[in-house]
Design a protein around this ligand. Structure first.
Ligand SMILES: CCCCCCC/C=C/C(=O)SCCNC(=O)CCNC(=O)[C@H](O)C(C)(C)COP(=O)(O)OP(=O)(O)OC[C@H]1O[C@@H](n2cnc3c(N)ncnc32)[C@H](O)[C@@H]1OP(=O)(O)O
Length: 302
């Protein structure tokens, strides 16, 4: 049975993303209603959703081991979970965190961008766009509880949140490091960063592909709080309570006012952005850079 049918919600996210409901690839996840706290605890293979506080807050745990790379299957499941939460009027806020030790997310899955065909690159990029749009324009209060390394696409995800809490650990580096891979952060990645830390700091961070350690991330404004590792989630819930004290309609309209122009820039040129990505990523030189980077990651282990 198709996942969207089982959920009984219109699955616009997936339709927009053009993603097929690939039951086999998804491992046919079951959306299991939980025990005492009812239907609001659910899980797919790669995303766990648990109740956070007072039934109004959900905690979404990214669970795509080993490093929570944003594969197409992961994006598909994440978008379904998010849509489910957006559609449930009981929820007002979501804490996004990682279930993988020491890594919030390793960013876009390099295997989706290396050695595939143009059709696959287009499908993947559409899903990445959808993730960004859905998160950036979410009516929910989003708090990123960043409990580990947070490069590139992981950082983008965190930047879409309303607040970022980073664990105080040497592994918890955060930034848009695309240039280190020989690739270029698209304009909407750049816009999201500029909206957070300003133009000059973004110019430096993007060109140098900086991955900021916690103290520097705090100083530049990339994150809002740095706390000991074991306090990331409790801090996220306490910050959430502060944001939920504001009436939703006023906060939501204000958020939309602040973010709409940035989102519209992509919405107006989604197809051109996909074509640009496909032609860029298909270049021999870019494929070579990705191959070298993947080999470096493998060698690091050996
Ligand atoms: C016009 C448009 C242009 C294109 C724009 C594209 C924008 C791109 C955005 C991105 O997000 S690109 C991805 C950037 N990510 C990174 O640079 C992070 C790379 N990973 C790491 O630095 C480390 O893995 C880590 C996250 C710090 C974790 O380190 P740890 O020591 O815990 O694990 P590893 O042994 O390094 O990795 C385990 C395993 O996972 C594989 N892997 C790591 N990252 C990725 C990834 N992003 N995609 C796919 N696979 C990844 C790694 O190769 C290892 O695999 P195996 O050797 O076990 O097979």
């Amino acid at each position: 049975m198709a996942l969207a049918v089982r959920m009984r919600v219109p699955c616009r996210a997936l339709l927009c993303a053009g993603a097929q409901l690939r039951g086999a690839a998804l491992g046919r996840p079951e959306w299991a209603a939980g025990g005492g706290d009812g239907a609001r605890r659910f899980a797919s293979l790669r995303v766990l959703v648990e109740p956070g506080a007072e039934g109004r807050v959900a905690v979404m745990k990214l669970k795509n081991p080993p490093v929570n790379s944003l594969s197409l299957d992961f994006l598909t499941e994440f978008l379904i979970s998010l849509e489910k939460l957006e559609n449930d009027k009981a929820f007002r806020g979501v804490v996004i965190t990682s279930d993988c030790p020491n890594v919030f997310s390793a960013g876009l899955d390099l295997r989706e961008m290396y050695g595939r065909n143009p059709g696959h690159y287009a499908e993947y990029w559409k899903a990445v766009q959808e993730l960004w749009l859905r998160l950036y324009l979410s009516n929910l209060v989003l708090v990123a509880a960043i409990n580990g390394s947070c490069p590139a696409g992981g950082c983008l995800m965190a930047l879409t949140s309303d607040v970022r809490i980073l664990s105080d650990s040497p592994k918890s580096v955060i930034g848009l490091n695309e240039t280190l891979l020989g690739i270029v952060a698209p304009f909407w990645f750049k816009d999201t960063l500029v909206n957070t830390i300003g133009h000059r700091a973004s110019e430096r961070a993007l060109q140098l592909g900086l991955l900021f350690p916690p103290a520097e991330a705090l100083q530049v404004g990339l994150v809002d709080h740095v706390v000991p590792e074991d306090q990331v989630q409790s801090m996220a819930l306490s910050v959430m309570a502060h944001w939920l004290a504001i009436p939703d309609h006023a906060r939501q309209l204000t958020k939309a006012m602040m973010r709409k122009a940035t989102a519209d820039r992509l919405i107006k040129q989604r197809e051109a952005d996909i074509q640009n990505f496909v032609s860029f990523i298909s270049r021999d030189s870019i494929q070579k850079s990705l191959q070298i980077y993947l080999e470096k990651l493998k060698q690091k282990k050996g």
